[in-house]
Design a binder for this molecule. Structure first.
Ligand code: UDX
Ligand code: UDX
Length: 433
């Protein structure tokens, strides 16, 4: 791979675009990130990072001389050899991905005389690359290359995932475009999978579908464990040691959320349906996940009876730890269900301020959230929760019920402190106190 620095434009300064831009700058390339939101760009120009992603702020600061931010398309494109697209592709009502932001970027590209490669980082339906290729050709931009280079970065570990990937996937129509996109990653160790554009697009969707399938699988095993007296944590350990299965993505819990899985599962389901195929397994994966988010309500009712006027403390709001992202967070469904049951809901999260959660009281600490509560639910496995003095917290609660929605705490000391403890896929324990 060549190591000469390139000029890269990145469209979209969200979770994916910022990480992509900052990591390419860190590899020595000169990067301009363009976004349409003036406040976002102004903040970035002042050195403020508008999202929470570990390591990103330092990376942006360290590479400030090679990394700039703009609202202006010509400024971003000026001299760019690569134009990365990292704008959002949210679902529409039909479940199809909304590609309007992608088309806006393509249509905004000036009539470039020189060669450059448009690279799709956003997750798009299979076939999008071909449509973009046609649109570029219709505009006379046949000399502009196109490649698909999907992201596999998880929020919270995105910088590490980008710089130390399991693989880099590059799909291109022309070999030379694929070669140059692969070369842009020089300095990153990891296998490069070269393929056609449609396969690269499908790799992204299929990877997410495989991970979601594992989560819904272990959640269903957990539900059967509850009915039969087995412990899903031991079961996951026992099956995960089988090298053919492996240990990751076998944590039972309240279901998956986030900006990718829910959206991409709908997009893949819809893509299949549009092509006349009924993707049964994926439908089941999605449905299991929806039910899983609601299961805690039944567990609370088992312990508390009617939830009307009961005070429930939700610990953790973000869809997973180490992010401030609330997109499709299970906490949203859970809070909504509890409010609908007539419960009072109080929530704590170390990063999400929760101010826009209608009807939910926000507490400054886990301890404050628990005061006077009838039950605590651990919704997000923030590491801070491992250090809480649960015995002291229990003294302040009305009833000591704790539902560990992520199986993060050892139930024994909690039981000794008088809690009735229930996890996901493990036996419930009545308090010893
Ligand atoms: C990304 C991908 O784009 C999505 O396809 C993938 O599956 C998940 O991650 P993400 O970076 O998480 O999305 O989205 P978001 O944080 O919403 O950032 C998108 C950015 O693009 C926003 O800052 C938005 O202002 C910007 N944008 C949107 C543009 O610059 N131009 C537009 O036309 C629309
Ligand atoms: C995911 C993919 O991992 C990443 O490769 C892709 O690029 C974007 O989508 P992300 O959504 O940021 O990343 O987080 P991830 O760590 O995958 O977790 C997704 C959801 O699954 C979270 O809600 C998490 O709590 C849940 N999860 C994960 C489980 O419930 N059990 C597990 O064992 C793992």
């Amino acid at each position: 791979m060549s190591t000469s620095p390139s000029r890269v434009a990145v469209f979209g300064a969200g979770y994916v675009g910022l990480v992509t831009g900052a990591c390419f700058a860190d590899l020595g390339h000169s990067v301009v990130v363009r976004d349409v939101i003036p406040d976002r760009v102004a903040a970035l120009q002042r050195g403020e990072v508008p999202i929470y992603e570990p390591g990103l702020e330092e990376l942006i600061a360290r590479n400030a001389e090679r990394l700039t931010f703009t609202l202006d398309v010509p400024e971003a494109i000026d001299g760019a050899e690569f134009v990365y697209i990292a704008v959002g592709t949210p679902p529409t009502y039909s479940g199809d991905a909304d590609l309007s932001a992608v088309w806006t970027v393509i249509d905004e590209l000036p009539a470039l005389e020189r060669h450059c490669v448009v690279v799709m980082k956003s997750t798009v339906p299979v076939g999008t690359g071909l449509r973009v290729r046609h649109r570029l050709d219709e505009r006379g931009l046949t000399h502009v290359g196109y490649a698909s280079n999907p992201e596999f970065t998880a929020e919270g570990t995105a910088v590490k995932d980008f710089l130390h990937p399991d693989r880099i996937v590059v799909g291109a129509f022309r070999d030379e475009d694929g070669d140059s996109v692969a070369a842009l990653h020089a300095g990153i160790e990891g296998p490069v999978v070269r393929c056609d554009v449609a396969s690269a697009e499908m790799i992204k969707l299929a990877a997410n579908a495989a991970l979601m399938t594992r989560i819904s699988f272990i959640n269903e095993i957990a539900n059967v464990c509850e009915a039969t007296g087995a412990d899903v944590v031991r079961v996951a350990e026992g099956i995960g040691l089988d090298r053919r299965i492996g240990p990751s993505f076998l944590r039972a819990g309240l279901g998956y959320g986030g900006s990718c899985f829910p959206k991409d599962s709908l997009a893949l389901k819809q893509l299949a349906a549009n092509s006349g195929y009924h993707f049964q397994l994926l439908n089941a994966v999605i449905e299991v996940n929806e039910l899983q988010k609601r299961r805690v309500v039944g567990k609370l009712s088992n312990h508390l009876g009617s939830l009307r006027h009961k005070r429930i403390a939700l610990l953790g709001l973000a869809f997973k730890p180490d992010t401030d992202d609330m997109r499709e967070a299970p906490s949203l469904v859970l809070a909504g269900r509890l409010l609908a049951e007539g419960a009072a809901v109080v929530a704590w999260d170390p990063i999400v301020d929760g101010g826009d959660l209608h009807g939910v009281e926000i507490a400054a600490s886990p301890e404050a959230a628990a005061v006077g509560a009838d039950a605590i639910v651990i919704v997000t496995e923030w590491p801070e929760l491992a250090d809480v003095d649960w015995a002291a917290v229990g003294e302040t609660m009305r009833t000591r019920v704790l539902i560990d929605g992520r199986n993060m705490l050892d139930p024994e000391p909690l039981r000794a402190a008088g809690y009735t403890v229930e996890g996901i896929g493990r036996a419930a324990h009545d308090g010893a106190g």
